[in-house]
Design a protein around this ligand. Sequence first.
Ligand code: CTP
Ligand code: MG
Length: 237
Amino acid sequence: RRTAAVIPAAGRGVRLGPGAPKALRALGGTPMLIHAVRAMAASRAVSLVVVVAPPDGAPQVKILLDEHALPERTDYLVVPGGETRQESVRLGVDALPEDITDVLVHDAARPLVPVETVDAVIEAVRDGAPAVVPALPLADTVKQVEPRGKGEPEPVVATPERALLRAVQTPQGFDRETLERAHRTVTAVGEGATDCAGMVERLGAPVVVVPGHEEAFKVTRPLDLVLAEAVLARRRA
Ligand code: CTP
Ligand code: MG
């Protein structure tokens, strides 16, 4: 089997605040995207990394990949992304060469995922699971609410049992055929999902969870950058 990693990196990073597209912002002096690429290429099972760049940023991303040291056993491709994460992932998957059988989809915004997590996901796919997601138990209790206007108190509708909930990370791993079918089907009915596995679930195909990792957290808001810098500093110490 041959595994490729698709890295959606085309988002603007609105929640992080004004500045360059999120994937291009520096973490420990190196663009977040480069950390994410290295995290995927760190796995010996990954033979190709496809970076889905901001729509007009593909040339800049190609230059970044050339400028930074990356493992030579891995091939690298850059394609321009789309309006939504889902569209960006589809554009990345469309660019995969024929010999790829297994696909990881990994957020550029999760630059610090350890290789052990990447390998665990790949192994579960190679063992026959069509879709695999790394995830962690929640620290906070979660409530379902009835959304109201900004600042207005929101009525609570339900409190799902916390022990049954998992916070999902990436890389998510897929049998290529399953991921392509999910994208074809969900795109055809004009629906969306916040993660790829959610699209596979709608097909009725099984999705399994393997243990995620605290350091696979997503850099979403400014405080996440503080944490990411601290994790990097600890690794370098
Ligand atoms: N992404 C993408 N194409 C889009 C939107 C998002 O490739 N049109 C990618 C982001 O670059 C990121 C990943 O999907 O690596 C997860 O999305 P998120 O954390 O929401 O990043 P952004 O959409 O950039 O952030 P925000 O929602 O705050 O604008
Ligand atoms: Mg987003």
